[in-house]
Design a protein around this ligand. Structure first.
Ligand code: 6PG
Length: 272
């Protein structure tokens, strides 16, 4: 089921996480194919947390693994935890175990290594650098590869996001200083209200509005309240609810039924 409001995102409600993973992977494949057909390249920013693993497993298995033109794709990250790559809390760790090596030890996606652009957290930590320095290095790599819009922000073909129960996306938490920065990427102090309590590195929230497409993937009953808030009567205040930035045309929100449990009736694709 899906519904699109002219001024807002497309909303898709699916029964369960497995269906969410499949539908998300299929949409990612379509958007990559369209970007490559139109511009010869697709710049995609991945996300972290617990939701993407299932999506990556679908992308790293036939038929999508063999259908997507991975040689024309550049993979980036919207954010990461400031930990080494081999730390399971790393968003890059999730990709290493679900995208670059398939489920059950399969080969993973055939993407050239020079087209995979993680935040350089391991190198920064080894060099004694802080999250801001790590983010600055990442922004410099972005500037070498990704085109910009009229306001000087990088234009991704697709940015994947999860949504936190506090209304965050990327690692842009409510009240984030990132809203007052022109930096493409920034370090984020340890968030004490949400696990894991480690520093973060994140893209600037402005990239959500600059991207050609956004895919928000939200699953689980613990997200029902924030979904109701975001799609309900709350005033527009992205500093309070950063996830509101993804309530825009060109965005697709795929929710499982538990996360959509309190979606206002007028926003449900089936209208009830
Ligand atoms: C992270 C993610 C973060 C995540 C949301 C939702 O580093 O954790 O970038 O923004 O997407 O917190 O997480 P879940 O997918 O676990 O619900």
């Amino acid at each position: 089921m899906s519904a699109t409001a002219p001024e807002g995102p497309e909303i898709v409600v699916v029964p369960d996480p497995a269906t969410l993973s499949r539908r998300a992977a299929e949409l990612i494949a379509r958007l990559i194919a369209a970007a490559v057909a139109g511009r010869g390249v697709a710049h995609v920013a991945l996300t972290g947390g617990s939701t993407p693993a299932g999506v990556f497993d679908v992308l790293a298995a036939p038929p999508l693994r063999d259908a997507i033109p991975w040689a024309e794709v550049h993979l980036w990250w919207g954010d990461d935890r400031f930990v080494p790559r081999d730390d399971p809390r790393s968003n890059l760790w999730i990709a290493d175990h679900h995208l670059f090596s398939g489920a059950g030890g399969g080969p993973g996606i055939p993407i050239p290594v020079d087209r995979v652009h993680p935040f350089p957290c391991s190198a920064a930590l080894a060099a004694g650098l802080d999250p801001d320095a790590c983010a600055a290095g990442y922004a410099a790599e972005l500037r070498r590869e990704v085109p910009t819009d009229g306001e000087g922000w990088p234009v991704f073909d697709l940015v994947l996001v999860g949504i936190g129960a506090d209304g965050h996306l990327l690692s842009v938490f409510p009240g984030s200083a990132a809203f007052d920065s022109r930096a493409w990427a920034l370090g984020v102090p340890v968030p004490m209200h949400i696990e894991p309590h480690v520093p973060r590195v994140t893209l600037n929230p402005a990239v959500v509005g600059a991207s050609r497409a956004i895919l928000a993937m939200v699953q689980g009953i613990d997200k029902a309240a924030i979904v109701a808030t975001l799609f309900g009567p709350a005033e527009r205040d992205p500093r309070r609810w950063p996830a509101q930035l993804a309530l825009r045309p060109g965005a697709t929100w795929i929710l499982d039924e538990p996360a959509a449990a309190d979606l206002p009736p007028g926003r449900r694709p089936d209208g009830h």
